[in-house]
Design a protein around this ligand. Structure first.
Ligand SMILES: O=c1ccn([C@H]2C[C@H](O)[C@@H](COP(=O)(O)OP(=O)(O)OP(=O)(O)O)O2)c(=O)[nH]1
Ligand SMILES: [Mg+2]
Length: 152
């Protein structure tokens, strides 16, 4: 990864990038919780950050927990605003219909991705400029193999 940015942090455990080039740094649970089938719970991480202006941190699921145990994040991706100084929390959801899942203190429950972000100036106009897609959306290109388009 070529770029880096300083993010001030207070933490029980500082999030860790597992490999060079990883986009996500793992967040650890600061409390234990049992997630029954279909249950959700808000879990602390013991982490608070001060992002520089012009940055956002997204709280996103870990693929391993999702693939192996059906654990995801209700509001994925969670948005941490640059001005937020509270503890980052993770709204975990056990999507499995049969198996409970136990989160222990220290378990890696999610990851944060820090990104630059633009603030939009919303410029009101009478009519939007035309585009090739126009108003087509919501599956307008179909669901099978897609053969038309600029890369066809
Ligand atoms: O997964 C998340 C998502 C958000 N937050 C914190 C940081 C964020 O800055 C704040 C507010 O989040 P958001 O704006 O998504 O929630 P809201 O429901 O709009 O709350 P608010 O009215 O406080 O903006 O909550 C977390 O700790 N974890
Ligand atoms: Mg908000």
């Amino acid at each position: 990864m070529t770029d880096s940015v300083d993010v001030l942090i207070t933490a029980d455990r500082v999030p860790n990038y597992a490999h060079p080039g990883d986009a996500g740094a793992d967040l650890h649970a600061s409390e234990s919780v049992v997630l029954g089938p279909g249950e959700r719970a808000t879990v602390g991480t013991g982490v608070a950050i001060a992002l520089p202006d012009g940055y956002v941190a997204f709280v996103v699921p870990r693929s391993g927990l999702a693939f192996k145990h059906g654990i995801t994040i209700v509001n994925a991706p969670g948005t941490v605003d640059a001005g937020y100084r509270g503890e980052i929390k993770v709204a975990l959801l056990n999507t499995d219909a049969r198996e409970a899942h136990t989160i222990e203190v220290g378990d890696r429950i999610a990851q944060i991705v820090v990104m630059p972000v633009s603030r939009a100036r919303f410029v009101e106009v009478e009519r939007l400029p035309g585009s090739l897609r126009g108003e087509a959306g919501f599956g307008s290109t179909g669901f099978g193999e897609h053969k038309s388009g600029v890369n066809a």
